[in-house]
Design a protein around this ligand. Structure first.
Ligand code: SF4
Length: 363
């Protein structure tokens, strides 16, 4: 199993909390140059995958992939199809923002996606409350978010919706309403992230100036437990710290990351992994990438590989094989005798980072 990730480094504006690498798209010529360079990069990487690797997933992430025009999206897909065997692709995901789906031209975008084989969309809703959306500097309001999800569920049988919790001002009642609204809209998958102070984000600058204070850990824990309980009640299964799905609708692409399957990342800032010891990444700077800056990389040691297996495996509810951590298994993991695997208990997922640290090796 193998996957292809395409990083689209453009946003229409920056969200308050976001520290991802992207650029505000002001210049359509720049998007055109990006598409040409991406197509060339796809062709130059045609020999990337080890022999026998079968490409099962394609994922357009960002940034905001839905800022690409239908023809730009189609050009990239044509370049991918010319360079790789995509005949066994099972899951083809595009991340979209609600405002791009609702604006005039949104329907053409969805038509282009379907024509190119997209069978899953991931929509960044974050909240169904206008005051919070405004504070986050999102470009949509709650009505648009709902309309976008309805359009998407009408076009695709597999829709994922992103939500955010754990920020100052979000009450438990509002959070529960967000989760219930998402479930009621008929999506198959929900990713929910706790807001954090990401380096480079506006929010971390506000916090540094004393203009924003994160909610305390008890409030965040309460909202995380609410997330687990409400989604369980609504028929969703938790399969990773932040990811919940209706049975059978887990993200194949992300699950392959956690299982350390090979993937090729194209575009500025995109990471690649050969499935063995080699990780590499493109420069996180659009202009430098356009100018042909070489990718950097590292070769993993045995300890690195062990640590990756622990970190990635324990994020998931499937956990890790007992043989991986063997004797070191401690009180803070659950053991499933039927599968022979250790995993972090449901409620402890909230403190997974500190549990995982207990099992890492230092050189
Ligand atoms: S959250 Fe998404 S849309 Fe907002 S700035 Fe970050 S990448 Fe762009």
């Amino acid at each position: 199993m193998a996957g292809i990730y395409i990083h689209v480094p453009f946003c229409a504006s920056f969200c308050t909390y976001c520290g991802f690498y992207s650029e505000v798209l002001r210049d359509s010529a720049l998007a055109g140059r990006y598409v040409s360079a991406l197509c060339s990069e796809a062709s130059s990487q045609r020999g990337f995958f080890p022999q026998g690797a079968v490409i099962r997933t394609v994922y357009f992430g960002g940034g905001t992939p839905s800022l690409l025009s239908p023809s730009q999206f189609e050009d990239i897909c044509a370049a991918l199809a010319a360079s790789f065997d995509l005949s066994a692709v099972e899951e083809f995901t595009v991340e979209v923002n609600p405002d791009d789906i609702c604006r005039s031209g949104g329907r053409e975008l969805l038509k282009a996606y379907r024509g190119c084989g997209v069978n899953r969309v991931s929509v960044g809703v974050q909240s169904f409350h206008d005051a919070h959306l405004k504070w986050m500097n999102r470009r949509h309001d709650a009505v648009e978010a709902e309309k976008a999800v309805e359009l998407l569920t009408g076009s695709f049988g597999n829709v994922s919706l992103d939500l955010i919790f754990g920020y100052s001002g979000l009450t438990d009642e509002e959070w529960e309403a967000d989760i219930r609204k998402a479930a009621a809209l008929g999506v198959q998958h929900i990713s929910a992230y706790q807001m954090s102070l990401d380096a480079g984000s506006m929010l971390s600058k506000l916090a540094d100036k004393g203009c924003y204070a994160e909610p305390d850990e008890d409030a965040c824990r309460r909202q995380y437990f609410l997330l687990q309980d409400v989604l369980d009640e609504e028929g969703f299964v938790q399969y990773e710290i932040s990811n919940f799905c209706r049975p059978g609708f887990h993200s194949r692409h992300n699950s392959a990351y956690w299982a350390r399957e090979p993937y090729l990342g194209l575009g500025p800032g995109a990471h690649s992994f050969d499935g063995g010891r080699r990780r590499s990444w493109n420069v996180s700077d659009l202009r430098a990438w356009l100018d042909g800056a070489a990718a950097e990389g590292e070769t993993l040691s045995d300890a690195d590989i062990y640590n990756e297996k622990v970190m990635l495996g324990l994020r998931t509810s499937a956990g890790v094989e007992a043989t991986l951590i063997g004797e070191s298994a401690k009180h803070n993991l659950s053991f499933d005798a039927a599968t022979g695997r250790y995993s972090i208990g449901r409620r402890d997922m909230f403190v997974s980072d500190s549990i995982i640290r207990d099992y890492l090796k230092t050189d």
